[in-house]
Design a protein around this ligand. Structure first.
Ligand SMILES: *[C@@H]1O[C@H](CO)[C@@H](O)[C@H](O)[C@H]1NC(C)=O
Ligand SMILES: *[C@@H]1O[C@H](CO)[C@@H](O)[C@H](O)[C@H]1NC(C)=O
Length: 151
């Protein structure tokens, strides 16, 4: 009885774990962080950004900052009016909706020098993730079905 309940609990956790584990922190620029002389477009090119992920901008405050902007402001390197930037040096931005997102550094002409990031956020339940996820679930269910019989 007791061990069966434990097995069931572990099974539930492991089956649904990917949904939690797959929401990831994405450090912009990876080990480079948020800085000058780095090509964020090249960096972002083959990354997958999904709803539920969190962008992390790491930099030495107050040398840089982060403003969320729209497409026009991104093109122009315009700081949005009345929108206070993020300045902590370890700024976390949860990606809550799909679509294009733009971020710039608002210090001096850093944006014009290339401190600008444009990404496209995809739905969590994109086809690729769905296949991996359901494959994993089938696998874990099978494992625990066997365990439940053995234990
Ligand atoms: C971006 O925001 C500015 C105001 O700050 C606005 O004038 C402009 O139309 C917006 N552009 C887009 C593409 O939404
Ligand atoms: C972007 O620049 C264009 C021309 O340089 C200007 O007309 C427009 O108002 C600027 N947009 C913003 C949001 O600053």
């Amino acid at each position: 009885m007791g061990s069966n309940k434990l097995v069931t609990s572990i099974a539930v956790v492991l089956i649904f774990l990917p949904a939690i584990a797959m929401a990831k922190d994405i450090t912009v620029g990876d080990d480079n962080g948020w800085k000058l002389n780095f090509d964020y477009q090249a960096w972002a090119k083959d990354k997958v950004f999904q709803v539920g992920d969190t962008l992390v901008f790491k930099y030495q405050a107050p040398n840089h900052n982060v403003y969320k902007v729209n497409g026009t402001e991104y093109q122009n390197c315009t700081k949005p009016t009345g929108n206070v930037g993020l300045t902590s040096g370890n700024d976390r931005i949860p990606l809550q909706t799909t679509g294009n997102k733009w971020y710039i550094c608002g210090v001096k002409d850093h944006c014009a020098q290339g401190m600008k990031l444009s990404i496209t956020v995809a739905d969590k339940s994109s086809a690729a993730r769905g296949i991996i996820f359901s494959g994993y679930q089938v696998f874990m269910v099978a494992i625990f079905a066997i365990l439940a019989i053995v234990v």
